[in-house]
Design a protein around this ligand. Sequence first.
Ligand code: ADP
Ligand code: MG
Length: 244
Amino acid sequence: MKTAITLKNLSKTYGENKAVQNVSLSVRYGEIIALLGPNGAGKSTLMNMISGFVAPTSGIIEVDGQNILEKPLAAKEKIGFLPEGAPLYPDMSVLMFLRYMAQLRNLHENDVQNAVKLAKIENVLHQKIETLSKGYCRRVGFAQSILSNPQILLLDEPTDGLDPNQKDHIRALISQMGKNKAILISTHLLDEAQNVCSRIVLIDQGQIKADGSCKEILKQAGAKTLEEAFRNLTTTRADAQGKD
Ligand code: ADP
Ligand code: MG
């Protein structure tokens, strides 16, 4: 079976800053992977590269078996992406926004309706986006990312800023959708990684520090809890920047 995402020696540097360093990773269909790491670890940079928004400095990205630099459109068609703090159009109503995004991708009204139902945003469809709570904004972003019913989903901190009930809702949705898709979620939340994901890729300073099931991560880190593993394998942002 084709792998959903294959990364080979992927790197991205911003000036002197090695945001992502030599990352190799393979994601299969049916997997829900947590890209777990502290702020500044390189999670968003990695996702932005896989989605084609940011060009890598070096390395190879294959989506559904195709090199995204050679076949960018084919790769983009397979991917749904929820960027960090998803950019939404504040002046548009929710429905206008989703219809607009659907039109851009040659999708249809039933795709909009399906996404609306899955994200449970029926009751805010006619509200302007700027008037929505953070939780609803996130759900609208989520609806946008699943419009095309993509086989591969990249969700950058999907539950960031949500209250516990809203988090539960999004997590349940992700679990439900994960059955035949490949889903990559970035998070710094240990419980999210543990409860929603079948595999954890722990990343720090742009490098993979551990990769496997929660149990395997504990073994690799010589730790009793995921919290301890996280502490053992990652640096704080201040450490990373050489401050005290
Ligand atoms: P995370 O999502 O894990 O918090 P990021 O991928 O956003 O981490 O950032 C990784 C590193 O790359 C950080 O040091 C950040 O400052 C840097 N970085 C990210 N995007 C840019 C950019 N557009 N220009 C310069 N540096 C960037
Ligand atoms: Mg980020």
